[in-house]
Design a protein around this ligand. Structure first.
Ligand code: ZN
Length: 511
């Protein structure tokens, strides 16, 4: 295996070019974060120009012919390619380069520029619950995204697969459908069973009104205890919470506060915190930053990290044994009438609701499947944009039994399609599936893991994740990592077992 001193110049030169491209990407990420957090409305046009220019420059950097030559030279260096990690880095750089060089620069710039404007139009349309105002922008984004799919599409399969592959390398829509179909059926039966045969627990603790400033203080205490390093990260407020791992030493989280249901912000913060812990755990060293080994595997694996901290940890009894006294400290004893058991039952209900980001664990994946079906049909040309509200409302009725009162609470609730993020939604459910399967493996390795949470000891979990998942960067495909870590391919069973164990007792039913 070559040491750093003996690495061939093609490999080190490649690292320098990739690092420059990643630095440009981090600047684009920073102005995008600013657009979501502090940018004045009047800056929207200038910002879309900035985003467009940065996207074009980034694309140029990522498609330099010199990059292709250097990757080719690395691929023919037998000594370099005999090292698993270095070979994986070269393999992934080849993948990135081939995908990026298939996209014309003008399309990349247009997607960024129109996407930035569409995002502003979405904000206004959502505020007014006016789908018609957003429709022309969504039409533009669907058309641009289809063009992108056509450029990336190789071989057989549907256009949607080419878009999906960007977020979940190697996955296809039909494979996903084969996992989602039985999951959907079992979940529907599960939700119907608990709501028919069980007694819903009291959610009174969640009605306690908590001022935003107190919620923010509590959120920061929790993040810190989980191991999120606030000297290399921040927590701010946006309409749509997100995490941005901008650069080494700079991971930005956002959340949103309402007076009611302080747990929405808490779990939003823990969710984005889980993404942030992954970003902070990736090996973004001087030698690796900008290369695939410092990058996450896929959005599905990224989401497995956020959902693990949000749900597997945050909705457990042992978490609330530790967190309730701290919440009372931050909230002037507003929750002093409640026990950890009251809290754990209140946060483990499963009731159909309209908003995906506020949905409980039991119903959440049905929201994802609805979006997966619609965006797959939009890209295939089987659904026109003007029919989106009707198709949305119809599925909300058939899948969750709900009438949608307004588009703001229906098809305008998520920002993804305004950005052209199609092929992205299914990664949320893949994340839930991976999280539960990893969790069973972690409990085999650390049987007393959860009792440590009662004392605020989250480090054993974080250390396990750092060692088994974060440290590898993008060395493995998601499916390979799953087999390596859990000894089995991805299955819906661990998620279904987890939901039964967590939610059924809250309804007074046996596990
Ligand atoms: Zn997430």
């Amino acid at each position: 295996m070559p040491t750093t001193a003996t690495l061939p110049s093609c490999y080190t030169d490649l690292g320098v070019l990739r690092r420059e491209a990643a630095t440009l990407g981090s600047i684009a990420g920073l102005v995008s974060w600013d657009q979501e957090t502090y940018m004045p409305k009047g800056a929207a046009m200038a910002r879309s120009e900035q985003m467009g220019l940065l996207a074009r420059l980034g694309h140029e950097r990522n498609t330099y012919p010199r990059l292709g030559e250097l990757i080719g030279a690395c691929e023919s260096d037998a000594s370099l390619m005999s090292d698993d990690r270095l070979a994986a880095n070269v393999r992934e750089m080849r993948r990135d380069y081939d995908l990026k060089t298939r996209l014309p620069a003008e399309l990349v710039e247009e997607l960024a520029r129109v996407g930035s404007q569409a995002q502003e139009a979405w904000k206004l349309a959502r505020g007014d619950s006016d789908f018609k105002a957003f429709q022309p922008w969504l039409e533009k984004m669907v058309s641009l995204t289809r063009r992108k799919g056509e450029c990336l599409h190789a071989g057989d399969g549907e256009l949607y697969d080419a878009l999906l592959d960007e977020y979940e390398p190697g996955a296809t829509a039909s494979e996903i459908e084969s996992v989602f179909a039985p999951l959907r059926q079992r979940l529907s039966a599960f939700i119907s069973d608990i709501n028919t045969n069980g007694a819903p627990p009291s959610t009174a603790p969640l009605d306690t009104k908590i001022p935003a400033a107190q919620q923010h203080a509590f959120g920061l205490r929790v993040l810190k205890a989980l191991g999120f390093d606030l000297s290399t990260g921040r927590l701010d407020v946006t309409t749509h919470p997100f995490c941005s791992g901008l650069a080494p030493g700079d991971t930005r989280l956002t959340t949103r506060y309402r007076d009611e249901r302080f747990t929405d912000a808490l779990y939003g913060t823990m969710h984005e915190g889980g993404h942030g812990l992954y970003e902070q755990g990736l090996p973004k060293t001087d030698a690796l930053f900008g290369t695939p080994l410092s990058d996450s595997i896929s959005l599905g694996i990224h989401e497995s990290q956020s959902r693990m901290w949000e749900n597997l940890v945050g909705r457990s009894r042992s978490f609330w044994v530790w967190a309730l006294p701290i919440a009372n400290e931050c909230f002037d004893n507003a929750l002093s009438a409640y026990t950890p058991d009251d809290m754990v039952k209140a946060v483990n209900t499963s009731t159909p609701s309209l908003i995906r980001v506020e949905a409980d664990e039991g119903t959440y994946n049905l929201h994802v499947m609805l979006r997966f079906e619609l965006e797959r049909a939009l890209i295939a040309g089987d659904l026109s944009v003007s029919d989106v509200p009707g198709a949305w409302n119809e599925r909300m009725k058939s899948m969750l039994g709900l009438d949608v009162p307004s588009d703001a609470k229906g098809c305008l609730q998520d920002v993804h399609w305004a950005f052209g993020l199609m092929g992205y939604f299914p990664t949320y459910t893949l994340g839930n599936l991976y999280a539960s399967q990893f969790w069973e493996a972690i409990l085999r390795d650390i049987p007393d893991l959860e009792s440590g949470f009662e004392r605020g000891e989250f480090a054993p979990l974080l250390t396990w994740l750092r060692t088994n998942i974060h440290a590898h960067g993008r060395q493995y495909r998601a499916s390979d990592l799953c087999e390596r870590v859990t000894g089995a391919p991805l299955s819906p069973e661990p998620l279904l077992r987890h939901l039964a164990r967590r939610i059924r007792p809250a309804y007074g039913l046996g596990e």
